[in-house]
Design a protein around this ligand. Sequence first.
Ligand SMILES: NC(=O)c1ccc[n+]([C@@H]2O[C@H](COP(=O)([O-])OP(=O)(O)OC[C@H]3O[C@@H](n4cnc5c(N)ncnc54)[C@H](OP(=O)(O)O)[C@@H]3O)[C@@H](O)[C@H]2O)c1
Length: 289
Amino acid sequence: MKKVLITGANGQLGSDLVLSFSQSGYEVIIRTHDDLDIGNFEDVENQLNSIKPDVLINTAAFHNVDQCEAEKDKAILINAEAPAYMARICKELNIRFIHFSTDYVFDGYKNAPYTEADITAPLNVYGTTKMLGEQMIATENPDHLIIRISAIYGQYPCRAKNGLNFIQLMLKLAREKGEVKVVDDEIVSPTATKNIAMQLPALLDENINGIIHMTSEGSCSWHEFAREIFDYTNTPVTLHTASSDDFPAKTPRPKYSVLENTLLKSRGINKMMHWKDALHNYLDELNTK
Ligand SMILES: NC(=O)c1ccc[n+]([C@@H]2O[C@H](COP(=O)([O-])OP(=O)(O)OC[C@H]3O[C@@H](n4cnc5c(N)ncnc54)[C@H](OP(=O)(O)O)[C@@H]3O)[C@@H](O)[C@H]2O)c1
């Protein structure tokens, strides 16, 4: 049985990956932040040496965007140097290294879906350190797989954002206030972690290296996403349109964050759903109807 070690295993994405790889016949070794701090290089090396997994999947990151601005050194360590070190040890021990990156490596000015071939141009420290991580991993270990994802939501909350995901927040605000104001000038492809987790084991059978995009098909504004949440759940609410200027952010973020799954499609293995179908599945499982 193949062994996969997953870091950040109790995170939003990590939790679904643990489930999916267990169901796909892998022996899954779970590492939470308490079990393994990826910034502790000695421990990373020791644990990889003693466990010797076939695959290492790193979901751990320092990804609170505002905190990254304030703690640049930590952002560089966790988002760039630590993944690069893991990639190096994986090369030495012949372990397949898989790492997650982000749409925030782009500035969003393209206003058309970004492909894997597009030039990166991050707007903030978080995006810059994730981009640096991509580059340093590639230098350390050519046999890597870096998966860029975007606007994810799952059954478990994002630990770095402390609490509810966008869908749960919308439903809570509608219930408690009866009206909600949501921006219509930020465009995303909301992506279910369950869909990523379903796609990944199948992808490992393919001989793919480098950077790959893995997001929902189609795109929408946050306002359209909220509209669909309320329509599908028959939630009574007044939904107002806002602009991002109404909610000024401390740290700049791309306004257009759509990634094209070019590589998955060219290989004929794209299992990523349309954002509406993935949302409906998620809401069905939440039993909100
Ligand atoms: N959330 C998004 O919308 C989004 C979008 C694009 C890309 N991504 C990328 O997707 C990946 C997973 O994100 P997520 O939403 O699942 O985040 P999450 O819920 O915050 O999970 C991240 C996990 O990493 C752990 N972690 C943090 N620092 C660590 C360290 N130094 N050593 C070991 N573990 C550490 C966290 O544990 P503690 O909480 O205990 O510290 C948590 O279990 C990240 O690489 C992120 O950059 C996320």
